[in-house]
Design a protein around this ligand. Structure first.
Ligand code: ADP
Length: 463
């Protein structure tokens, strides 16, 4: 099954990348610059993405259009469809000659919202940095760091281009730090300027942050939220690179691999997904704790919602030979929800169902209408939960007595966070379960869009 989150970049050096990838490249000549831009924008237009190209200081808008048209003869059709914008740096980045990073980021968010409302899959961006200069460097560097978070958490692909003539070695290091991949042209070919090994090292460092002791620290209130906000970016950036590269290795884009290598890479990919899921739970925890959880409500057909989740969960289920049977009732209406958050709820519940099922078991997912709500039911035939724990499992950091000595990984965060998210959407969540027979987790979401409440439930959950 083709994963819609993996997008074609159109580049020979890196063919595909997941949404949320933030790349950069360094160029010597305008030809090198266009060598990346033309196929990159072309792939975006052909794949139903809204494309924004903020051109180099050395190009005029009309000229840029003409050049692009040589690679994309149907460019004017895309322009009529309002699928592409070509802008000068002063139009986009500056306001009366002043650069305000926060305002520019808000602008990107608005562009993404508009693109999604107009039916495009997401936003593809190219921004040239020839205008920045040393006086604005620090401001711009901070902006790029923040932007990295926005890109990572959204359906955005971005490439920033840096003319080598205008930046020095120190700036190059800053740039490499703030992007997932950096490309540079050598001997007529684009190559990676940032090594995989580099990122692996960084990941290992960061993994130490999220070892078990963090849970205790949060409980004691010692870990400050700033640490999480900083480390989330620090963790997620290399993680998405590792995931992207691993997928490319599995797909043999760097050459043929044998079965054993493939197996190892599949394990690496599953672990990366697990880490990513863990980090999302931690981030949600911090946002709940600080009352800063934001809900971005969008309309989504239930089928797409479930498909997005299944794309992530299927490899985990396959690795345990667990069969997931999904049944959606006919005529289900679309839901207006924060898609990422509800996805996280589904991942938490389905992930548990897989985790607590024996090899080769089945899981049934049923989605149907119930009065003014949509009811999601996730039934497994695994370990089950004793009756006296049915309430407790929705409390923070809870793990059942019955699994403590079974060496099953867990943080006790998935269910309380899921409960907070579902309730903020105006729904409810509960469990029916018998020890040894399995568990059925159910939750509802209102069909009519409700404005998600601002929530700050952690205090209550911890008590
Ligand atoms: P985690 O699974 O990371 O420990 P959760 O909050 O998701 O944290 O779950 C809390 C506890 O609830 C689990 O440790 C487990 O004891 C129990 N639990 C959750 N889902 C299931 C399930 N499908 N079957 C059996 N036990 C479950």
């Amino acid at each position: 099954m083709k994963n819609p989150a993996i997008r074609k970049l159109g580049l020979d050096v890196i063919k595909e990348a997941p949404w949320g990838t933030h790349l950069c490249f360094f160029y010597d000549s305008i030809n090198d610059y266009l060598d990346i831009i033309k196929p990159y924008i072309k792939a975006g237009l052909e794949n139903n993405e809204f494309c924004v190209w903020i051109i180099s200081k050395d190009l005029e808008k009309e000229k840029a259009f003409e050049i692009l048209q040589t690679a994309i003869p149907t460019l004017d059709c895309y322009q009529r469809k309002k699928q592409i914008e070509i802008l000068s740096h002063s139009e986009y980045y500056l306001n009366n000659g002043r650069f305000d990073g926060e305002a520019v980021i808000t602008n990107w968010e608005n562009k993404l919202d508009n693109a999604r409302s107009a039916g495009f899959d997401g936003l593809r961006v190219e921004g040239d940095i020839s205008w920045v200069g040393t006086n604005r460097w620090k401001l711009f560097k901070d902006y790029e760091f923040e932007l990295g978070n926005v890109i990572f958490n959204n359906k955005i692909l971005a490439i920033c281009s840096y003319p080598l003539k205008k930046i020095g070695a120190r700036e190059i290091i800053d740039v490499i730090e703030n992007h997932h991949f950096a490309l540079i042209r050598r001997n007529e070919k684009w190559i990676y300027a940032k090594s995989f090994v580099d990122m692996m090292d960084k990941l290992l460092d960061i993994q130490n942050h999220i070892k078990g002791e963090n849970i205790e620290l949060i409980k004691q209130g010692i870990v400050q939220n700033t640490l999480f906000n900083v480390s989330s970016h620090e963790i997620k950036t290399p993680l998405s690179s590792i995931k992207g590269y691993t997928q490319m290795l599995i797909k043999e884009q760097f050459g043929t691999i044998n079965e054993q290598q493939k197996e190892v890479l599949e394990i690496l990919k599953r672990n990366t997904d697990y880490l990513n899921h863990l980090i999302n739970n931690y981030l949600n925890l911090v946002q709940l704790q600080t009352g800063t959880m934001k809900f971005i409500v969008e309309k989504i057909p239930i089928k797409s919602l479930i498909k997005d989740t299944m794309d992530i969960m299927s490899p985990l289920a396959d690795s345990k030979k667990v069969k997931i049977d999904v049944r959606l009732a006919d005529g289900l209406p679309p839901l207006s929800i924060d898609v990422d958050k509800i996805n996280q709820v589904l991942i938490n519940i389905i992930g548990n169902a897989i985790k607590f099922s024996p090899e080769g078991a089945s899981i049934n997912i049923n989605v149907k209408k119930k009065n003014e709500y949509i009811l999601f039911e996730i039934q497994d035939f695994g370990l089950g939960i004793p009756k006296n724990e049915h309430e407790k499992i929705f409390g923070m950091f809870f793990q059942s007595e019955s699994i403590r000595d079974k060496n099953i990984k867990g943080s006790g965060l998935g269910l309380p966070i899921s409960k907070a998210i579902v309730e903020a959407h105006g729904g409810q969540i509960w469990v029916d379960s018998k020890i040894g027979k399995g568990s059925k987790f159910s939750f509802t979401l209102p069909i009519k869009s409700v404005k998600a409440r601002k929530i700050n439930l952690i205090k209550g959950l911890l008590e």
